[in-house]
Design a protein around this ligand. Structure first.
Ligand code: PEP
Ligand code: MN
Length: 332
């Protein structure tokens, strides 16, 4: 961390600031220029509030030299993290297709979709039981019953399952779930993230609607700093001025994240676009950009879906999309 002091700061003020910084257990290197003095802070600067420092009368600006995320940082962990979900690996060159309905609706619905997506090459089944809906009057998911149907379908089709959690108190209910999803709306639910850091289970962390990639990595850091190192990041589109698509898919997030972190990165073209006809091209684009997996919403009858029907593929559309995604993988 570097603090650039304002011109004309007195020696006493510099010494006072230095004494305060030393009390925070960092080394301070002072370089006096003709007009301005610069202080270099070396050591563990994580306890120093850079905003507070920048707010001091005598400080003009503060620059961060090292990244505030450590566990997720590729600089400290150069090798890709590979997450093994019951034999299906994600990351480090391993790619997975995750598919299933937005919401679990009935035992028949989730089982039909599970079998069809498996036949098309998906190795992980998705399905929401607790749904974060914008309106309290919309279908909120089947809750614990939905979890039960999802687990039964996963078992019958021999597919690991991923499903979203919204409440810390529900964690014990997710014991048999293979991957726990933290949705976009909860990306910064820090208490939830900390608790998920204490369990041994992969966490699929989706990027928030209006969050930067650095913020996404800091949320991953919340999980990892508590012990759980198995985090899968998911780009699912961000809110921009464009309203034609539900969100704007930030494809560059994939290579940027691969550069910054060793964690696997997947793309969700369903929530990113909001329209079924756009899902295939964006699934291929996400794959071409280097994603470690693609997560797609598939419904046996999208027009009757209780949630996100407009962006859901039919099993037949998914079959074609999966084939094209696999062709892109071959080219890569
Ligand atoms: C979902 O995956 O069903 C979902 C609600 O996604 P997001 O959190 O990205 O909106
Ligand atoms: Mn959905």
């Amino acid at each position: 961390m570097i603090a650039i002091l304002k011109p004309g700061v007195s020696e006493t003020q510099i010494e006072n600031l230095k004494t305060w910084l030393l009390s925070k257990n960092v080394d301070v290197h002072i370089s006096r220029g003709k007009f301005q003095t610069v202080m270099g802070l070396v050591g563990d600067t994580s306890k120093i509030d850079s905003d507070l420092l920048e707010g001091l009368d005598i400080v003009e600006a503060v620059r961060l030299v090292s990244d505030p995320f450590k566990s997720a940082n590729r600089k400290f962990h150069p090798d890709d993290t590979v997450i093994d979900v019951r034999g299906h690996k994600i990351g480090g060159g391993n790619f997975q297709l995750i598919a299933g309905p937005c919401s679990v609706e009935t035992p028949e619905q989730i089982l039909t979709v599970a079998e069809s997506v498996k036949a098309s090459g998906a190795n992980i089944l998705r399905g929401g039981a607790f749904k974060p809906r914008t309106s309290p009057y919309d279908f909120q998911g089947l809750g614990e019953t939905g979890l039960k149907y999802l687990l039964e379908a996963g078992k019958a089709a021999d597919l690991p399952v991923v499903t979203e959690i919204m409440n810390i108190e529900h964690i014990p209910m997710f014991d048999d779930v293979d991957i726990i999803q933290v949705g976009a709306r909860n990306m910064q639910n820090f208490e939830l993230l900390k608790e998920l850091g204490k369990i041994e289970k992969p966490i699929l962390l989706k990027r928030g609607l209006a969050n930067t990639l650095k913020e996404l990595l800091m949320s991953a850091e919340y999980i990892m700093s508590e012990g759980n190192q198995e985090v899968i990041l998911c780009e699912r589109g961000i809110r921009t001025f464009e309203t034609f698509t539900r969100n704007t898919l930030d494809l560059s997030a994939v290579p940027v994240l691969h550069d910054l972190t060793h964690l696997p990165v997947i793309v969700d073209p369903s929530h990113a676009t909001g329209h079924a006809y756009l899902v295939e091209s964006m699934a291929m684009a996400g794959t071409a950009a280097g994603a470690d997996g693609i997560m797609i919403e598939v419904h046996n009858d999208p027009s009757k879906a209780l949630c996100d029907g407009a962006q859901s593929l039919t099993p037949e559309q998914f079959r074609r999309t999966a084939q094209k995604v696999m062709k892109i993988r071959e080219v890569l």
